[in-house]
Design a protein around this ligand. Structure first.
Ligand code: UDP
Ligand code: MG
Length: 335
């Protein structure tokens, strides 16, 4: 690689979060590099090694040695895919950035279509999955219900079947870089920033090797993050539930008052008493739990810890260190 290439800003950056994807890296690069060479004047690929414990990092070193355009960051531990994407975008220098998975579920051959949409003037281009056949059945159904709910109650409307496979213009990258929230729900953030958007349909392939890195617990956490970050319904609903229950209690009080006046007091009523005590104790605990979820998130944000820590860089220079807070320093200083 010559000096001209090293110092110039690449046209396209590709950010790829990787967590134990050793078997997938070479097949991925084998398809990615030709696709990028076909459509872009110059490019850089940034792999974000999200604390892998397999041979991922060694393979990234070998890949970087053989092709300087393939660079990598290695996190000090597993910070999660959403944070890895944020880091990739922080360090992306291109005039546009592509975000994709490493498991070949996002076909690199779609990239030229993204790039041509970008040249037409779109700034937020997403791959739109035409089916969920590659996902387990139950996960597909639950995902559908979840997005219906989020659509109904969320503050930001999310485009349907839009995933993490995208191209973002520099303006969109800089906008995302300003959002340093820890509980990241990228799909929501991509929709929140707006800009001229369009979907490009594609068929999701099956994962090339290995299993999904998301188990049910991780998915549930992610779903909760999304709902809590993009909807206020869990907080606001308690006002209405409280009002309904109080109204009901007042009506009940009136009823008992009149009944006692007319017929005198009677002792029975144990079952209704115990049921209502248990029910309202449950309601109160649930609403406290919801408050707890939000307070935990507020606490996590207020602590102001860095989003991630980088343990090693390959082809990403030291002076380009990103400040741990605030907007992306690298992009600002280099351009
Ligand atoms: N990934 C990551 N950190 C994690 C989990 C996943 O960087 O903690 C990466 C993973 O290596 C892959 C992408 O995120 O490149 C998507 O993960 P996966 O294919 O397991 O998710 P799914 O396709 O099942 O949603
Ligand atoms: Mg996958």
């Amino acid at each position: 690689m010559n000096d001209f290439q090293r110092n110039s800003v690449p046209e396209i950056s590709v950010a790829i979060p990787v967590f134990n994807e050793a078997e997938n890296l070479r097949p991925l690069v084998g398809r990615l590099t030709p696709a990028l060479e076909r459509c872009c004047a110059s490019f850089e690929v940034i792999f974000i090694d999200d604390g892998s414990s397999d041979a991922t990092l060694e393979i990234l070193r070998e890949l970087h040695a053989s092709d300087q355009r393939l660079t990598a960051l290695s996190f000090s531990r597993n910070f999660g895919k959403e944070i890895a994407i944020a880091a990739g975008l922080d360090f992306a220098r291109g005039r546009a950035a592509i975000v994709m998975d490493a498991d070949l579920q996002h076909p690199p051959e779609l990239i030229p279509a993204f790039v041509s949409k970008w040249r037409e003037g779109y700034k937020n281009i997403y791959g739109q999955r035409t089916d969920r056949a590659a996902d387990p059945k139950l996960r597909g159904v639950l995902t559908q219900i979840y997005y219906d709910l989020l659509d109904q109650f969320g503050e930001t409307s999310l485009p349907r079947e839009a995933g993490d496979f995208r191209l973002l213009d520099r303006q969109a990258i800089d906008a995302l870089a300003k959002m340093r929230e820890r509980a990241r729900f990228s799909k929501g953030l991509y929709a929140w920033i707006g800009f001229k958007s369009i979907g490009v349909p594609f068929e999701v392939e099956r994962r090339a090797a290995g299993a999904s890195k998301f188990n049910w617990a991780k998915l549930a956490r992610f779903a909760l993050d999304g709902f809590m970050s993009f909807s206020y319904v869990p907080l606001k609903i308690w006002t209405f539930i409280g009002m309904a229950i109080s109204g009901f209690a007042l009506a009940m009080a009136a009823y008992f008052f009149i009944r006692t006046l007319l017929f005198g007091a009677d002792v029975p009523g144990y079952p209704s008493l115990i049921v209502s005590i248990a029910f309202f104790a449950g309601v109160q605990l649930i609403s406290l739990g919801v408050l707890g979820e939000y307070i935990a998130r507020i606490f996590a944000e207020v602590k102001g810890r860095p989003l991630y820590l980088v343990a090693e860089r390959l082809g990403i220079e030291d002076e380009e260190e990103k400040p741990e807070h605030g907007p992306a320093g690298r992009n600002v200083t280099r351009r």
